[in-house]
Design a protein around this ligand. Sequence first.
Ligand SMILES: Cc1ncc(COP(=O)(O)O)c(C=O)c1O
Length: 396
Amino acid sequence: MPKISNKGLSMPQSPIRKLVPFAEKAAKAGKSIYYLNIGQPDIKTPTIAMQAVKDADIEVLSYSRSEGSEQYRTKIANYYKNNDIHVKHDDIIVTTGGSEALLFAFGSIMDVDDEVIIPEPFYANYNGFSTASGVKVVPVISKIEDNFALPPIEEFEKLITPKTKAILICNPGNPTGYLYSKEEIEKLAAIVKKHDLFLIADEVYREFAYDGATHYSILQVDGLDDNAIVIDSVSKRYSMCGARIGCLVSKNKDVIATGLKFAQARLSPPTLAQIASEAALETPQSYFDDVIEEYVERRNVLIEELNKIEGVQVANPKGAFYCIAQLPVKNSDVFAQWLLEDFDVDGETVMVAPAAGFYSTPGVGLNQIRIAYVLNTESLKKAVNILKEALKVYKD
Ligand SMILES: Cc1ncc(COP(=O)(O)O)c(C=O)c1O
């Protein structure tokens, strides 16, 4: 039998999705499940976006330009301007989700065996994208005790080698909910400038900043034009995960010219979804105000309820819609599977993402889970109660 590649064999499974077969089995057996494992918001997609697709009078559903339609990119540049980020349409490549923007960024700036430093825990698919690109992830650990704040800059400097090409951050952070301050971003900017590295910021949760804090983009740092690469997406902003539209943004012309070659190889981003995403840019501010209010309420309920459980430690998220919770269990992989297979409260159980897959350091995060607070507060209360009851009886 022909052999699978070593790269294929070393591709990690997504910790967010790997328990799906167990969830399907539990659901078939009649259990109802609170899905806290995946960042699929239950928020309604703006009507304006769906309507634009319905209204589209198209005879031939053609490819678009590889970099995305100029009209859409011009409007994206305007969206950034409204966020005090000053870029032009030709600093933007429209991609098939933030996921493809990450792949294009990695492909454009890193060769096989190059290294990218990432504060961990990090969005689990960074492991997958790194493996796919042959790039080595060098983690710098941020700790739950410090609310996952940026590790001291010296920790980054210690890890820089001749193979280091970039530092990658997620701001606000998935899975930590950490929101970097302007000072922290400036510290990172100084270090990438000093060592001539790229700074990639995954800013797909830009709007999701809570408690009056404002998001500060790496594209707002003076003098960072050659180093800064932003990953963006409509998935969470407009609850349009299925549209599969994102973008890569950089004022570094070489990055964009190289990214465009990757974009040309896959021909174009989805045409209908660009129509929806372009229309979504007209979404009124009141939509976001309501969404943020809803998420803050969910976060407050979730953290309050989790804190009531003995032996559970949780960091307070300041953005995005995730948190990492440390549980009194040895292996949250086994625990999460057990929740689906062997536990329920009145026929209901909960699905969470084991957190070890959000780390690249072996053995770290084994007693942690990631919770996505994408359900309403009533459901969250019920889900946390199930966790509480489960922890009372669970034996490692
Ligand atoms: C931090 C982060 N980056 C990127 C993505 C990819 O999103 P998409 O490809 O849907 O734009 C996600 C999805 O959950 C994410 O959480």
